[in-house]
Design a binder for this molecule. Structure first.
Ligand code: PMP
Length: 420
């Protein structure tokens, strides 16, 4: 039960922020402190965070806190003065990418990164057409809301948008065929494609990993039609998928543009677009780019600290190893609970699809919500995703250990047992 102070805060929040704001969980969770994989409420009760990919190197990591504090005390200003922080960071970040991707533009949010990438794609292609997946989410701007069917109705909201299937290897993978069909449809309607914009882990579609070569084939088709392939790495980037630094690397393809966000600053708002210099040059000849806060020294120091910790603490390898432990445990659970129909994802980005029966494959939407809330009552935080909301989304900070995985599995089993 919520304490009186939580109930009061909830009422004040609803009055002050209005109807667009939503909270997780039937009983809202009110953390007051974070450390590593743990979030603590006002009573000091610890909750295992198996959801937040932003605090990727652990909540309140001291290296990031220190970097922000030191630079804040020294100088914080915009990018029209010469300062080494943004250059040092750009060089360090770009060294993590294939050499063709050799420019960085910095923004404050993943939405701004996607918005800028689209403008670059429009400038390059001379077109407006964009392909996104059926239940995509790409951000909050007006342009991106039109490309984010998961925000509301799930329907395309503009004439220049076509929806393609996510690579769903459980219900049927028609990803490449649907990209081809959408491009044919653009041609039939006289619309020049600007880009395929795809989340490399298809998170809001239900967490899917494209088969080897699928992204490469989709990119080939889009490029042949004059458009660009933009990899949205806001969710899978920075080592989360374990086997690779960037999600798109599961396919032998180098995107034209890559958008970054969430884990980039471990909670500090910093994001960006990485891409081929020729594209940035073409765009830059036509217009200048300036973002008041994007790339400020404090953000760059925070992001640089994240990159260092990612390397020094070997967190990508940890995501691979612990992700595998978690996956094996979930598969074992699936043998005992047939409602668990599919365990998928990569590294520490796992989707667990719940169905009413393995025969009908009807989505178990209510059960997924009950599991998410049941785990919250057992001090473990996850969420659910996908068009039917029946895919458990397990996406912890990358400092998640095998011990944490065991705790999650134990509590998940207790939750499933209680709901049966
Ligand atoms: N792309 C993807 C795949 C996302 O998940 C999000 C955020 N959920 C965004 C873009 C937008 O990022 P931001 O909220 O930082 O604007």
């Amino acid at each position: 039960m919520n304490s009186p102070s939580t109930t009061d805060l909830l009422a004040r929040r609803q009055r002050a922020l209005g109807a667009s704001y939503r909270l997780f969980y039937d009983e809202p969770f009110a953390p007051v402190r974070g450390e590593g994989v743990w979030l603590y409420d006002q009573h000091g009760t610890a909750y295992l965070d198996a959801y937040n990919n932003v605090a990727s190197i652990g909540h309140c990591h001291p290296a990031v806190v220190q970097a922000i504090a030191e630079q804040s005390a020294q100088l914080n200003t915009h990018t029209r003065y010469l300062h080494p922080a943004i250059v040092d960071y750009a060089e360090a970040l770009l060294s993590e990418f294939p050499p063709e991707l050799n420019n960085l533009a910095m923004t404050c949010t993943g939405s701004e990164a996607n918005d800028l990438a689209l403008r670059i794609a429009q400038c390059h292609s001379g077109g407006t057409g964009v392909l996104v997946t059926r239940w995509a989410y790409h951000g909050v701007t007006g342009a991106l809301a039109q490309l984010s069917p998961s925000l509301a109705t799930g329907l395309p909201t503009a004439a220049h948008v076509r929806l393609v299937q996510a690579p769903d290897n459980y219900r049927g993978n028609h990803f490449v065929a649907s990209v081809k069909a959408a491009l044919d449809d653009f041609r039939a309607h006289g619309i020049q494609p600007a880009a395929l914009l795809a989340d490399s882990i298809f998170s809001s579609d239900g967490v899917f990993s494209p088969l080897a070569g699928e992204l490469a084939e989709a990119a080939r088709l889009v490029r042949a039609a004059g458009g660009l392939y933009i990899a949205d790495e806001v969710q899978p980037g920075f080592g989360r998928t374990g086997a690779q630094r960037w999600g798109f690397q599961c396919s032998a393809v180098v995107p034209d543009l890559v958008t970054l966000g969430k884990p980039m600053g471990n909670g500090h708002p910093v994001a960006g677009v990485v891409g081929r210099a020729a594209l940035f040059d073409g765009f830059g000849r036509q217009q200048r780019y300036f973002n008041t806060y994007g790339g400020n020294p404090v953000s760059c120091k925070a992001a640089h600290a994240v990159l260092r910790v990612l390397r020094e603490e070997n967190l990508q390898a940890n995501a691979l190893a612990v992700g595998e432990v978690l996956r094996q445990g979930l598969l074992a659970l699936a043998r005992r609970y047939p409602v668990i129909a599919d365990v998928r994802g990569q590294g520490l980005f796992i989707g667990v699809e719940l169905v009413q029966s393995p025969q009908t494959r009807a989505p178990a939407t209510a059960l997924a919500a009950a599991v998410v809330n049941g785990l919250r009552q057992r001090q473990v935080l996850i969420s659910a995703t996908g068009p039917a909301g029946n895919v458990l989304k397990i996406r912890p900070p990358l400092v998640f250990s095998a011990t944490h995985a065991a705790l999650l599995l134990e509590r998940l089993e207790a939750t499933l047992a209680a709901l049966h």
